[in-house]
Design a protein around this ligand. Structure first.
Ligand code: GLU
Length: 276
């Protein structure tokens, strides 16, 4: 499971996404991609290989936007390739998603969605999520559509969803994959790991399992992902410097890696199809 970063605010989003992804490079990855909303449309750029290659690919393009999502992928379903790199988009190019984790029941969902006419463009488990949201999306009901999608899936996920129809909103959902929200002044960040956001803010809110965050420029709301019941969460002030943050508060990388072993073993079993 690899890295994600989202941003919504007033700053230029592309450099924030690329810098954030670079801070997550230490986790390893096989491909990278970003999506932004620009002139009411979703623009995606992704590639197999390094973030600096992605950076080169988009250099010189006019990508002025202040909302977007980025992802580094460590393939679990489908080979490392540009088509399988995240973000993934729905049939009508309106809704886009990034995902860390594994969707255990994706095959049955995929078969059903294909029967219903959805066109798949990747081999990933992730792509079913965006088609499910598309199926439930009735225009301006992104939150509800994401909640309906969540009820259909099993597995581990940290998800970021964005729609060109509601260009001032980001939705994040977490279950068994880490997500942290960073709070700035009229801006929010979300990342799978602290180093991606610490250069911008020290105020963070941790999402817990089965929680959903809805972010606009002005407001953050958090609720239970299955029921929509709203929640009050504590904002914490991080004292670590960026180096300490990369070590997750541990004194040494080795200690961090030792403590991460249970999660790594769980992820490995999940990617082999031995989910529980
Ligand atoms: N299962 C997804 C895929 O294979 C996400 C992998 C990840 O966490 O990077 O694309």
């Amino acid at each position: 499971m690899c890295g994600i970063i989202w941003y919504i605010g007033s700053k230029e989003v592309v450099p924030i996404l690329l810098n954030g992804l670079k801070k997550l490079e230490y986790r390893g990855y096989d491909s990278a991609g970003i999506a932004i909303v620009i002139d009411g449309r979703i623009a995606i750029s992704r590639n197999q290989g390094k973030i600096k290659d992605l950076e080169e690919k988009i250099s010189g393009k006019k990508l002025l936007s202040s909302i977007g999502i980025g992802h580094t992928r460590w393939a679990t379903h489908g080979k490392p390739s540009e088509e399988n790199a995240h973000p993934h988009i729905d049939c009508n190019n309106n809704i886009v998603i990034v995902h860390n984790g594994i969707i255990e029941n994706y095959l049955e969902l995929k078969k059903q969605l294909i029967k219903e006419g959805h066109i798949f463009r990747s081999e990933t488990d992730t792509e079913v999520l965006v088609h499910l949201i598309e199926k439930f999306y009735k225009g301006k009901n992104l939150i509800k559509a994401v909640q309906q999608m969540i009820k259909k899936i099993k597995g581990a996920y940290a998800l970021g969803v964005m729609s060109s129809q509601e260009p001032d909103k980001l939705i994040a959902v977490k279950n068994r994959s880490p997500l942290v929200i960073g709070e700035g002044k009229n801006e929010f960040f979300i990342a799978s790991d602290m180093p991606a956001i610490l250069n911008y803010t020290r105020k963070v809110i941790y999402l817990d399992d089965n929680e959903m965050a809805i972010l606009t420029r002005e407001k953050l709301s958090i609720c239970k992902s299955h029921t929509g019941k709203s929640l009050k969460k504590k904002t914490e002030e991080i004292a670590w410097d960026p180096i300490q943050a990369e070590k997750g508060g541990f004194r040494h990388f080795m200690l961090k890696e030792i403590c991460e072993q249970p999660r790594v073993v769980e992820d490995t079993f999940l990617s082999c199809g031995y989910g529980w």
